[in-house]
Design a protein around this ligand. Sequence first.
Ligand code: COA
Length: 322
Amino acid sequence: MTFARIVATGSALPERVVTNADLEKIVDTSDEWIRTRTGIRERHVAADGETTGDLAFRAGQQALADAGVKASDLDMVILGTTTPDIVFPATACLIQDRLGANGCMAFDVNAACSGFVYALGVANNFVRTGQVKRALVMGAETLTRMVDWSERETCVLFGDGAGAVVLEASDEPGILATCLHADGGYKDLLYNPVGVSVGFTDEKNHGVRIKMRGREVFKIAVKTFDALVGETLAAAGMQESDVDWLIPHQANLRIIEATAKRLGMSMDRVIVTVDKHANTSSGSVPLALDAAVRSGRVKRGQNLLLEAFGGGFTWASAMLRY
Ligand code: COA
């Protein structure tokens, strides 16, 4: 049987760090409030002119270099993002050209914060059916571009960043199961109302801004992860105790702790980067994965459970042998 295996990871963050203390100067908030409600201490914010594609390109380059794979050997470049550089071409096409992978398929997946795990699920199926031998799968965002810096309810939550993996066809187990879901009935709880077809100006709310009903999102995210964990374990034929590392979407430490509890896992087997990165949407899971690999915590042969949740609502998971 052919599996899709992660052969290398990469990541990229903007240089500029904005701490909770910095935000105290622009909105009525406190480091203590942000830390206790979310676990966030700081976030990276893209410089003027620095794009999602720039970050994903750097992450992708690093993953390719670590994999020892030439860009020209890729059959697929796929990017999870909800903040593309321009409307079209897809940011994946822009990155494909910069890498020199011209000719292979390249496209973006917009599943909000679940974008990377969705992209991984799509790539996995292409590899398993033999249509793709090598894929570059990325998740990247510059979500701070659509944050209202005067709205304390949302501006403290988000950051920018990118992560990437190189997937290769292998006889050795790699991705064991993926579960992808969406329910557009929840579209009003987390969204950005502007866009091409409805028009780019949100006159009532003065611009391109994230709208969120935080408390409701929180409750549904916790319940959804609870069910998703059970579904993913069943799909992979595994038990809670088989999972070596939980690599969750990094939106809120309290949501992460609830999922760890459901799995009966202590927090020292959970990868947490929300304190340093805040919520980087599609960038969050691959950034956490790369941090875990580079720090030596995640080792070859270990079982990783990746999971994400975002606007749509969308939710997705992957169980894989690293
Ligand atoms: N600083 C200080 N006070 C703030 C604040 C901030 N940055 N943001 C909100 N508050 C206030 C509120 O106005 C509210 O005040 P009130 O009680 O006087 O009305 C109070 O803090 C409590 O708000 P509440 O919404 O109950 O807080 P919470 O414990 O639910 O935490 C979130 C708020 C947003 C951190 C939390 O709901 C959350 O993380 N939700 C999920 C968001 C998410 O993950 N979105 C992305 C999903 S991919």
